[in-house]
Design a protein around this ligand. Sequence first.
Ligand code: FE2
Length: 221
Amino acid sequence: SARAKPRPDCARPYEASRLRPCADTCPPPARHYPGPLPCPPPGSPRPAQPQCVRAWLQRSSVPPRCCAAWLLRAGDVTTQVSLQPALKFNGGGHINHTIFWTNLSPSGGGEPQGELLEAIKRDFGSFASFKEKLTAVSVGVQGSGWGWLGFNKEQGRLQIAACANQDPLQGTTGLVPLLGIDVWEHAYYLQYKNVRPDYLKAIWNVINWENVSSRYSACRK
Ligand SMILES: [Fe+2]
């Protein structure tokens, strides 16, 4: 029952300790987000689809492609509906952390440049006021969740949003995720105990604005 190695896009592209002085655990250990279960080899008998999906939900945050395909093909709406909360939580957790890890960099911090900076000024007045708003929204998340900078494609503008639990931004609000801030206590308790505002203050020192900018450019194409 060997667990598959994390996919490259799920792996942290640097050592967590390199994010000091933000947080030793920011982002949290990759072992919390294991990779997909392996698909059975081609030609092997097809396991019952709900069994396959249940195995995934118990063991991994990422579905094997074959499970997802079987689930859709099977047309078993009752099973599909019953799995929605777990899909949202486990799938959302994978999506969110994959974005978060690339949003951060040991050589991050400072301010964005170019188009992204212009858009921030247009939609929030100034970079300082944007920072203040995203900090306030993230600090104010009740319980566990995420603060986000997203792009509203219909209105062509940036927006700040808060999501509960592991709700993925795009799937639940339609906004394209540009910058996510994990405010689950697991992201900051080792260094900041329960003082979320101190973590929010420090995280700006490790934001990878190049990554946020390239996400902004990509979603406007
Ligand atoms: Fe997290």
